[in-house]
Design a protein around this ligand. Structure first.
Ligand SMILES: *[C@@H]1O[C@H](CO)[C@@H](O)[C@H](O)[C@H]1NC(C)=O
Ligand SMILES: *[C@@H]1O[C@H](CO)[C@@H](O)[C@H](O)[C@H]1NC(C)=O
Length: 365
């Protein structure tokens, strides 16, 4: 009921901004005033056992320094490799940052960027992600897929060094499946949780700019200010008015991480300006987070990834009641291209898929 009312109230705003055509995968993860109760979804005990064995095996084996990035670099042209995961205060932005508009660069928002950068932390004032320089970091990128539901991987996920979560992917009552630590929460304004459930004192918020107004929102969140009414009109769904973290816990994703994901890893053609909507050339946040993880970590695993489009009754997310079929009408991402890339990376051993939704290396043939 509550959901219906909220959508109704926002219909006129949606009409105004509908032309943006941001009907992404993202759209499906609508805002929540309260997390919904999980559905009765039953995972087979045999599958659960195989997944647990696999995760134990991944955590138990020797960690190889830089192994995931090495596999990525084989695919990236030597001339344009991203090395900086984040942008900082007192670090002048490079010129290639202004070649493309968001999310691939800051071309159309050039005027707003210097002020935003000044509000970010100085790299010298924040602790490094690695506690010792020669530590081998194992990371897991947590997708929000329904495949996590009922697997009870929480305590195993929490054993990874760095846990990257996406958008509003909630913890709380879902912790038994997804863990309770959050090293990084990466999101764009509309995807950010309205009720912050991360209790981890180490959490960093990695903000992603998809459109001009996102710059204003990020700056408002860092400075604990409200978003102006005018800016508010440009969001395609309700955005939170607070991110309850201190300034030095905010990070701004280097848009070149997304550009590299799109043009070099997924081989999309360079973005062109279109009046209506997008070509299917914007990577999902999940694959962009994977590329970020390759820069931050030594070994990267995925969990909760994989959309089984053949199984339309299956839950789309681990925390709500949308079904797979909601994915079919999105126009922003090319999910089949992403799945191909992930499958290759898993099969060649560059990354591991803990839950087997993309490629199940641990399933009986
Ligand atoms: C996660 O749960 C464990 C076990 O209940 C607890 O010891 C730990 O403090 C929790 N961590 C966070 C960040 O909530
Ligand atoms: C999506 O990717 C697939 C596989 O690479 C390709 O065949 C298809 O043309 C792409 N679709 C669009 C709309 O670009």
């Amino acid at each position: 009921m509550k959901l219906k009312k909220r959508w109704g109230a926002r219909t006129c705003v949606c009409l105004v901004v509908g032309f943006l055509g941001l009907l992404g995968l993202v759209m499906v993860s609508r805002s929540e005033t309260e997390p919904l109760k999980p559905l009765g979804w039953h995972v087979s005990p045999q599958y659960k056992k195989l997944v647990h064995q696999h995760v134990h095996e991944v955590l138990g084996r020797e960690c190889h320094r830089g192994s995931t990035r090495k596999g990525f670099l084989d695919r990236l042209p030597a001339s344009s490799r991203t090395t900086q995961p984040f942008l900082w205060k007192n670090t002048p932005p490079s010129n290639d940052l202004f070649l493309y508009p968001p999310p691939f660069g800051f071309k159309s928002v050039k005027g707003k960027v210097p002020a935003l950068l000044q509000q970010l932390p100085d790299p010298k004032s924040v602790p490094p992600l690695k506690k010792t320089p020669d530590e081998c970091q194992r990371c897991v990128v947590m997708g929000n897929g329904g495949i996590l539901k009922g697997l009870e991987l929480g305590t195993l996920i929490d054993r990874f060094d760095t846990i990257i979560r996406l958008n509003s992917g909630p913890l709380g009552e879902f912790s038994v499946d997804v863990g309770n630590r959050t090293s990084i929460r990466m999101s764009y304004p509309e995807g950010t949780p309205h009720h912050w459930l991360d209790t981890d004192p180490e959490t960093l918020f990695v903000a992603v700019v998809y459109k001009s107004v996102d710059v204003s929102w990020i700056s408002a969140m860092i400075n604990k200010l409200t978003v102006s009414l005018w800016d508010w009109l440009f969001f395609w769904q309700n955005v939170p008015d607070e991110v309850p973290l201190e300034r030095n816990r905010f990070r701004l994703l280097n848009p070149l991480v997304i550009k590299e994901t799109a043009m070099d890893l997924l081989n999309f053609s360079p973005p062109t300006t279109r009046l209506w909507g997008w070509d299917q050339n914007v990577p999902t946040l999940g694959v962009s987070a994977l590329n970020l993880a390759s820069l931050l970590c030594d070994e990267v695993s995925l969990a909760g990834f994989g959309y089984n489009l053949a199984q339309q009754g299956a839950p789309l997310h681990y925390y709500d009641q949308l079904s797979m079929s909601a994915m079919l009408w999105q126009k922003m991402h090319n999910v089949s291209r992403e799945t191909q890339l992930l499958k290759r990376l898993i099969m060649e051993g560059t990354i591991t898929d803990l839950t087997g939704g993309i490629h199940c290396s641990f399933c009986p043939q």
